[in-house]
Design a protein around this ligand. Structure first.
Ligand code: HEC
Length: 156
């Protein structure tokens, strides 16, 4: 009987330990830092802002570079942070950004200012549609009114 109690106690204790291990978040490994969705969105905001000034000043090489950075930012989100509050945001990310980014690429390669503005606004609307549908309607993205980064020359 004593033996059985001892075995049961050990079993119970190890179960408690296992549970504790499961409940704890994985330790943060500084060599494997994964930026949060908010961090990735922050860099998207920076690129979105730069793109406006690059495109409206017809600095097409800079605009092309920035469109590419936005595409990479979206691709990073899909790989690194595909979920928000456990729900996949992958489809929405793709659906809301693919067409505007494609049009922006076309605008840049054709040096088409009118298409640039149209595609830029539709990308911006894509940002806001997703924010609204995740209760972040107060994070409203718009055309920037002044460049946030004045150490970068936008004029070609
Ligand atoms: C598929 C959905 C989705 C799309 C598309 C999207 N966002 Fe977001 N965004 C979110 C969510 C969800 C949050 C809140 C993230 C958090 O706080 O963890 C967020 C937060 C943000 C924030 C606040 C970040 C911070 O912590 O300061 C900025 C800025 C932002 N987004 C910019 C953009 C821009 C610019 C675009 C478009 C180019 C965009 N987002 C497109 C879902 C989206």
């Amino acid at each position: 009987m004593r033996k059985i109690i001892a075995v049961l106690t050990i079993l119970t204790l190890s179960l408690v330990q296992m549970n504790a291990a499961i409940a704890q978040p994985p330790p943060k490994d500084p060599n494997n830092y994964v930026p949060g969705l908010g961090d990735l969105m922050g860099s998207l905001q920076v690129q979105h802002g730069k793109l406006w000034f690059a495109g409206s000043q017809e600095n097409w090489p800079l605009a092309a570079y920035t469109v590419d950075a936005i595409k990479e930012g979206v691709a990073d989100m899909i790989v690194l942070r595909p979920r928000y509050k456990r729900e996949s945001i992958v489809e929405m990310l793709r659906q809301l950004t693919a067409k505007p980014l494609e049009d922006l690429e076309e605008a840049v390669s054709e040096k088409d200012s009118e298409l640039f503005i149209q595609a830029y606004d539709s990308l911006t609307e894509g940002c806001n549609v997703c924010h609204r549908s995740h209760d972040y309607g107060f994070i409203e993205i718009q055309r920037p009114t002044a460049p946030a980064w004045t150490n970068l020359r936008y004029r070609p």
